[in-house]
Design a protein around this ligand. Structure first.
Ligand code: ROI
Length: 172
């Protein structure tokens, strides 16, 4: 058996019934090959970060124990996005489903296709809040901890929309 890594995946949606999008993604993530699903965070609603006017997002983070190499995991996540109607026309545009690899063990990589840890996550409450649900003692590969990043970000436009438990129950 190959070694499995603990990966954290960011889920986001602000189009096409976002809660249903996250639920479909949760089901798909539970079926990834070579992967055991860990936990899902609570679900958070937040104003869209980035230019233009777009609807609020729903966000969550999932943990996975995966034997898939980072590039294979990325492809598998992109296939789930595509299956849920994702098109990549506008860089910061609204999206049915966004799945980002936030962390993959202690790995630090930077290729044209993949940057791990995810470059923007330290500034984003919609990533740090759900990560905190899953692992409040998390230390990033650069040695900084989640708690100190959380202290320094703006927390004004985020609220919990649904508990992880309620989310899982409506899925089954
Ligand atoms: N804003 C929020 N609140 N949540 C997201 O998931 C999200 N994703 C994005 C951009 C457009 C940067 N803004 C976001 O890709």
């Amino acid at each position: 058996m190959s070694v499995s890594a603990l990966a954290y995946i960011g889920l986001g949606s602000n189009m096409g019934m976002p809660m249903q999008q996250l639920q479909a993604a949760y089901i798909a993530l539970n079926k990834l090959p070579g992967t055991r699903f860990g936990e899902i965070s609570n679900i958070y609603q937040s104003a869209a970060v980035g230019p233009g006017n777009q609807p609020d997002y729903l966000n969550a983070v999932a943990s996975l124990h995966t034997e898939l190499a980072p590039e294979k995991l990325l492809l598998a996540l992109q296939n789930i996005e595509i299956a849920q109607g994702r098109t990549r026309d506008l860089r910061w545009g609204a999206r049915t489903l966004d799945l980002d690899i936030l962390l993959y063990g202690d790995l630090q990589i930077r290729t044209p296709d993949l940057v791990i840890p995810h470059a923007e996550m330290y500034r984003r409450s919609f990533v740090l809040f759900p990560l905190f649900d899953l692992n409040p003692a998390l230390v990033f590969p650069d040695g900084k901890n989640l708690r100190s990043h959380l202290e320094s970000i703006d927390k004004s436009s985020i609220s919990m929309s649904c508990s992880a438990e309620a989310f899982i129950n409506t899925c089954s």
